[in-house]
Design a protein around this ligand. Structure first.
Ligand SMILES: [Zn+2]
Length: 334
């Protein structure tokens, strides 16, 4: 673990690190910016391994004492700043784990690497404490701030960091990577790649998760049965969606994929063109009951739901409106 090949995509970031090491121009402070699941932590650890490998910094050997310690998470010169409260990093945590540690010289190699996951959760005081170190770091210190929201950090910190942005991985690249993972079937790979929006961490989790498949089955059952169901089924559906989709956006993704399959079937597409081939029977039944304008209305309503959620409309209400649109799409429901 902790090599660049453990992270799919993000070539620009990897290249930046390689060039910095090769030319011996490593900066003292970096920001790795990207949403959770993009691989910030693995990239940071891989970079630490490069900086500390005793044999070949450009291609960390994985077998020297230093590499083994980085891999085991026990290297005394790699400090992962931790925090107790889930949503904040307090000033004391930065003082004790960064400011006080940074003055200690490296135990073995040339560098000490400080990795701050969730750096955007630092309180303002914590950021000011970190700033002291970032402004005048000892020559051996390398500080990596991992964050998903760049603007949560003070400009004074941002302006002193090299900013490296992570990006969604293109679907095709993600799919071929998922196919190579142990324990992932072709069907799971496709399903996960379709949902993950380029997020490799989420994709892997979905591909390997049994509950993800169950969730898909439950979503599909709800959508196909809704037009004939009553108010009770609607209410139960909303409750389950809220529980199964902590981020309601993933349910909207599902609805879009469902509509795509209905359209494929309406256009006499084949089973292999479906995103959910194993549910061909249920989908065909739903496709027969739906009209093209009805499917179009569901897609429009999905867009509208996304806007409502962005505008902070109550998620239960937003989903209810969407499900009502699904119910009416066949012209049978009321
Ligand atoms: Zn090594």
């Amino acid at each position: 673990m902790f090599d660049f090949q453990d992270v799919v995509g993000q070539e620009a970031v990897k290249e930046h690190f390689r060039t910095a090491v090769a030319s011996d121009r490593v900066s003292h402070a970096y920001m790795l910016i990207g949403e959770a699941g993009f691989g910030k932590g693995t990239l940071a650890d891989a970079f630490a391994k490069m900086l500390l490998c005793e044999r070949d910094p450009l291609h960390p050997c994985g077998i020297c004492h230093s590499c083994k310690q980085v891999q085991a998470g026990t290297h005394p010169d790699v400090i992962h700043v931790t925090h107790e409260k889930p949503n904040t990093i307090g000033v004391d945590e930065i003082r004790s784990q960064l400011d006080a540690e940074v003055v200690i010289r490296p135990f073995s190699g040339r560098r000490r690497v400080f990795i701050v996951p969730d750096a955007d959760k630092m309180s303002v005081q914590a950021q000011n404490a970190a700033l002291k170190t970032i402004e005048e770091p000892p020559e051996y210190a390398v500080i990596l701030l991992l964050c998903s929201r760049e603007d949560a950090l003070l400009e004074t910190i941002r302006s002193r960091c090299v900013k490296l942005r992570l990006h969604p991985v293109p679907d095709r690249e993600l799919l071929s990577w998922l196919r190579g993972l142990e324990g992932v079937t072709e069907e799971q790979a496709e399903l996960a790649a379709g949902f993950a929006r380029g997020n490799s961490g989420k994709a892997r989790e979905m591909a390997l998760s049994e509950s993800f498949r169950e969730r898909c089955a439950a979503d599909l059952r709800l959508l196909t049965e809704l037009p004939e169901g009553g108010a009770e089924q609607l209410a139960a559906g909303i409750a389950r969606i809220r529980e199964d989709h902590p981020d309601p956006g993933t349910f909207l993704d599902f609805v879009r994929m469902y509509c795509r399959d209905l359209l494929v079937l309406k256009n006499r597409g084949r089973r292999e063109d479906l995103i959910f081939p194993e549910w061909e029977k249920e989908l065909t039944r739903a496709a027969v009951q739906s009209t093209l304008p009805g499917i179009g209305r569901i897609l429009e309503e999905t867009e509208r739901t996304e806007e409502r959620l962005r505008a902070n409309v109550n998620p239960e209400l937003a989903i209810e409106l969407l499900l009502l649109a699904v119910r009416q799409s066949t012209g049978k429901g009321k």
